[in-house]
Each structure stands twice: as C-alpha cells, then as structure tokens.
Design a protein around this ligand. Structure first.
Ligand SMILES: [Zn+2]
Length: 293
C-alpha cells in the first residue's frame, strides 16, 4: 500500500525548532492542489526542489512537515504558479513544474517514499490553508511553539490537524464465496468496495452497517477490523473491515453514489491498476481466499 515504505520511516513528530538547510526538500503547494516537482516519464523518477535551488524565501516562511529517514520536508504555500523563487542558475532548476498532486499517484513513480510524502504533505498543506484564521473570532492564527497546532492569539482557540475517519467494507457472501464489489458514480473508475465517512456520534462498526445498508440495502454481521490506511485526498484515515451478509443477498443500489454493485467470485474480481490502496489489498486478500474468519 502507499504507506508501506519500510525500511524507510516517516517521522511526523512536529519539531518547531527545525529550520531548513541546503538539502531540505521544499514542497510548494498552490491553493489549486498543485505541487511543484519533476516527474520523469522515462525513468518514472520523482524529484522535488531542495532549499539550495530556492532564493528569496526566508527560512522562517517555511513550515516543517516531517522527515523520512534523514531527509527533512518543509512546506511553502505558493500564491501562484510563478516560479521566480527558483534559482535559475542552479542545476536542473528549470525542469520543475506544478503538477496536480494526484498525478504523483497516477502511476508507479519512484521513490515511493516521495509519493507518500506528497500525499501526507498535501493533507497538512490543506489543513494549514484552512486554519489561517480563527473560526471563533476571526483573528489571524499563529503556529504553536510546542506542538502541531494553530493558536488564536486573541481568544486562545487551539486547532489541531483534522483527520476524518472513513470505513472500507469487504462484504462477503460466505455460502456463495462472493465479494460485494462496487464502482463509484463519480471519480475513481475502477473496482472498489462500499465505503463512507463516520458520522459524529457513531462507532466505526455502526458506520459499516449504515453504509452497507444505504448503498446496497444489505444487512451485515460479524464485522471485524482488517487494516487501516492514511489516504490524504479527503484528509481521511481509512479503516478496513470485513463482514458477512445476513438475510437477503438482493442488492438495492444507491444510484447517487454508485454506478455498479455486484456479488463477484474471486476469479471475476478485477483488481485496481496500482497496488496503493487498502481497497485493492482487501479485494486481493479475498481473491486469495485469505480473509480471516
Ligand atoms: Zn480566536
């Protein structure tokens, strides 16, 4: 999956004392979800600008994000796609362009640590962009000096990074040995599983039952946790569950959410083109007959 970067390690402990050095990687995001980088379609290699090719940007303007092994990543929110801040005399500085950040996950680009870095950084960039002002009193927020938080100097309101829990559900018909496979009406076009966000006041297991009922009209039992995955696009943490259908197998599809929902046997399930998602791994586990009871 996208987060499986071992033996590399993402250290997301917030260190407010970190400042960029010449080798630090700077992730420039625009408000339009674009990220500055180089994607080599020949070698499939990703690179991001380092501080030594940046000029006229004070180190204090960069926000420390995280490190992966010995490499530190900093965030800079760019006002536009203007790249005057790149030192054109530096080697290769002209080959960076702003890409829609989802492009970094559209094929197997390397190293995977940078793909994962781009999506983790996107979540933080989004959060920093929407927390510039206090939602209670409207004053301009400041960075906490001790932890990853924004603090309102006027009313003391503290805002921590937001993570939205969502479930991915592998519904199994045990007797027929089939899995409930879906395709979303909009967005991602390949096979998926029933999924949805947790509502306030709900357990994850209740989300599973509700989402399966809403999207397909089915009732489930024996709900058990499989694995989780930080995903990024909707600031979500995906929580994967397997469960079994009980009662009627007849699907009543929610046409607003889905364009396809069907019971498929292991050999009928076509996997996604990339092995990045928890959904794909769950379909694969079912295909192999390896779902734990
Ligand atoms: Zn305030």
């Amino acid at each position: 999956m996208i987060q499986d970067i071992s033996p590399a390690h993402l250290n997301n402990h917030y260190d407010p004392t970190k400042t960029a050095d010449e080798n630090s990687i700077i992730l420039f995001f625009t408000k339009e979800k674009k990220l500055l980088g180089r994607l080599d379609d020949g070698t499939q290699e990703i690179s991001f600008p380092r501080f030594n090719v940046v000029k006229d940007i004070a180190k204090e303007k960069l926000t420390y994000l995280f490190s992966i092994d010995s490499e530190d990543f900093f965030l800079m929110i760019a006002d536009s796609e203007n790249m005057d801040f790149l030192d054109v005399s530096a080697q290769d500085s002209d080959s960076y362009i702003f890409h829609d950040f989802r492009k970094f996950r559209s094929a197997y680009y390397y190293p995977q640590t940078y793909v994962y870095a781009a999506f983790t950084a996107y979540q933080l960039a989004e959060w920093y962009m929407v927390t510039r002002f206090c939602g209670k009193c409207g004053a301009k927020n400041e960075h906490s000096k001790t932890e990853r938080a924004m603090i309102c100097p006027k009313c003391g309101n503290i805002i921590y990074p937001r993570i939205n829990p969502a479930v991915i559900i592998g519904v199994i018909d045990k007797e027929a040995n089939k899995l409930l496979v879906t395709r979303y009406r909009v967005g991602y076009g390949h096979n998926a599983l029933v999924a949805g966000f947790t509502e306030i006041g709900e357990t994850l297991e209740e989300t599973v039952s509700r989402e399966v009922m809403e999207e397909t009209g089915l009732t489930v039992t024996n709900i058990r946790y499989y694995k989780s995955q930080p995903w990024g696009i909707a600031s979500d943490i995906l929580v994967g569950f397997f469960c079994e259908v009980t009662g009627s197998r007849e699907i009543t599809m929610d046409n607003n959410e889905l364009k396809f929902a069907s019971w498929l046997s292991p050999e009928e399930i076509e996997l996604q083109p990339l092995e990045y998602s928890l959904t794909n791994e769950m379909m694969k586990v079912f295909k192999k007959g390896a779902v734990k009871k």
